[in-house]
Design a protein around this ligand. Structure first.
Ligand code: RBF
Length: 298
């Protein structure tokens, strides 16, 4: 089965290698693992899609590496900033954006003399993409409950801060966010269910549009860790399925305290923030799907 395509770009000197690696690292690629061995080293940059195109006739670009992007102008700006960061002018190294004859816009960059790369974007950003119903990320007018365990508070307080940050920055009003603290992860599902049960109709007293569940179980310190974790996850899932109120899952299950800290904002993002964003998206999606059903039924 075919899995991917790699373009190998030999760098003639160490300086060329460093410059190309540095240039590509600022453009938003996912870094690959690369390699560093006696005979060679490689810096790798991953893209979600790749394809091999055989061309008969005029090549569509001055270079053979065409990188498809979204937000072409932002990518060009990042490329310009890279040149400035090197203390260099961009004149002659970054072309203006031009229209192509294939309904797209393109520019080229030459971070090292002789190494030209083209960046392009479809004029119609939805081209080639299936049209999907998706939730938006505006929390304006939405009501939330956050159920956070007190156990491992050094972690769950950070998750709570992250969740609040996400909700408030996305437009939720502070008065529309209810914070409920429970002793430990074990109690999260029961409290979430009580809140969900009083929320069957939007706008009713104490009702919420979504519940964000936060907790932290650390394997090394928790006897019967798997049994507790499974029950916590099952309870939260069951509450979501039986009430129809979205429940975002922000209960960390970690090997060590260090791993938990990383997931609570130190190195690997803040899972409380991410759970809150998922809650907003699900409320929005829920509304769109219900609206669609109502308008189709009308
Ligand atoms: N609660 C958590 O939120 N995270 C934990 O890592 C955790 N570890 C526990 C370990 C033991 C041995 C026990 C007895 C409880 C633990 N709890 C933990 C608390 C649990 O979620 C619950 O609050 C209490 O068991 C009271 O029902």
């Amino acid at each position: 089965m075919i899995k991917g395509i790699s373009i190998l770009r030999p760098a003639a000197t160490a300086n060329t290698y460093e410059r190309l690696a540095s240039f590509f690292s600022v453009l938003g690629f996912t870094p690959g693992s690369g390699w560093n061995e006696d005979s060679s080293r490689g810096a790798s940059f991953l893209a979600p899609l790749g394809n091999l195109e055989i061309v008969d006739g005029t090549m569509p670009s001055v270079t053979d590496v065409l990188i498809e992007v979204t937000q072409l102008d932002a990518v060009r700006e990042a490329a310009i900033m890279w040149f400035r960061g090197q203390g260099e002018e961009t004149a002659g190294h970054i072309s203006p954006v031009a229209e192509t004859d294939w309904k797209s816009r393109i520019f080229t960059a030459e971070p090292v003399s002789g190494h030209v790369f083209a960046f392009w974007e479809w004029a119609d950003p939805l081209r080639g993409k299936p049209i999907a119903v998706e939730g938006d990320l505006s929390a304006e007018g939405m009501r939330f409950a956050i159920v956070a365990a007190r156990w491992n508070a050094v972690i769950t307080d950070r998750l709570l801060d992250g969740a609040l940050d996400a909700l408030l920055r996305s437009g939720a009003a502070r008065r529309d966010i209810e914070i409920v603290r429970v002793p430990g992860a074990w109690e999260v599902a029961a409290a979430a269910r009580t809140i969900a049960d009083r929320s069957p109709t939007f706008g009713g007293p104490g009702s919420v549009d979504a519940i964000i569940t936060l907790g932290c179980l650390i394997r090394g310190e928790t006897a019967h860790y798997e049994a507790i974790y499974n029950e916590v996850a099952r309870g939260i899932g069951q509450s979501q399925q039986e009430t129809g109120i979205p429940h975002a899952f922000g209960v960390l299950t970690c090997e060590t305290l260090e791993q938990a800290l990383n997931r609570a904002g130190v190195k690997a993002g803040n899972k409380g923030f991410e759970a809150a964003i998922a809650a907003i998206e699900m409320v929005s999606l829920h509304r769109k799907l219900v609206d669609r059903e109502n308008s189709e039924g009308a």
